[in-house]
Design a protein around this ligand. Sequence first.
Ligand SMILES: Cc1cc2nc3c(=O)[nH]c(=O)nc-3n(C[C@H](O)[C@H](O)[C@H](O)COP(=O)(O)O)c2cc1C
Length: 261
Amino acid sequence: MTEHTQLIDAINIRTSVRAYDKDPIDDDTARQLTMTIDAVNTLADTHLQLVLNQPKVFEAANASGHLTNAANYIALVEPKDDPEARERAGFYAERVVLAATLRGLGTLWVGGSWDREEAARHCRIGRGEEAYLCVVIGYPEHHLSYQAKSYDELTAFQRSHRPTKTFAQFTAGMTDEERAAAPAWFTAGVEAAMKAPSAMNRQPITFTYNAADDTAAAHIDPAEDYRETLNDLGIAKLHFQIGAGSGEWAWGDGGLFIHKQ
Ligand SMILES: Cc1cc2nc3c(=O)[nH]c(=O)nc-3n(C[C@H](O)[C@H](O)[C@H](O)COP(=O)(O)O)c2cc1C
């Protein structure tokens, strides 16, 4: 894995991890994670918070076997009723997920498999805010053998471990001719978004390319309207941006992506 240190490499190997080793996250790794989270919070005005060694938050999911040894989490503390903050939290928390992936940590976005009230007790939550989602984080079960796997083994597993909508479904607003004529950066962006986590694996975001002004746009599929769609929009936009190489999104459903050469 040592030569694969880019965010696109993290996208290519990341999968949700539901079974963890019991070992606590070591101090050095926890410090690095905290530094990444602090930098993100300062830049992005998010309130991500790392909470270590609180297995009670996942007691029911650990007991049922849905999760194993889940104990640490990054809480997404967000203002209530602020759609843009929800999307931003998705975008930037996934950025932390990818950094953690490169350090050999496993992650799982969680909307339902946690005790939100118990989790909130360990967070700083300001007036008008709530702990909306969290990301479980820790060493994947049997992590020494996991970390010994080659990059190619990990990417092969990533590609085959779950069903995915097709490229055509991800670009449902485009014709075959438009798909064939779209630039390579757009195709690479969509392919990276296809590897993004989404609640219930619903993959609710589609992308279009507009040749007239050389922009891309991200859309929430109108058929998909669940609690986490805006977080999923932010996550998918981050993956697209990394896949496309460079460029920037405007927030929002229908927001445009300007590619930079
Ligand atoms: C916002 C969000 C909420 C999620 N909530 C849960 C959850 O409560 N329980 C769970 O087991 N997985 C949850 N997931 C994980 C998804 O099921 C998973 O990302 C999806 O199946 C795709 O698989 P992958 O992450 O391995 O690519 C959630 C994912 C996202 C993005």
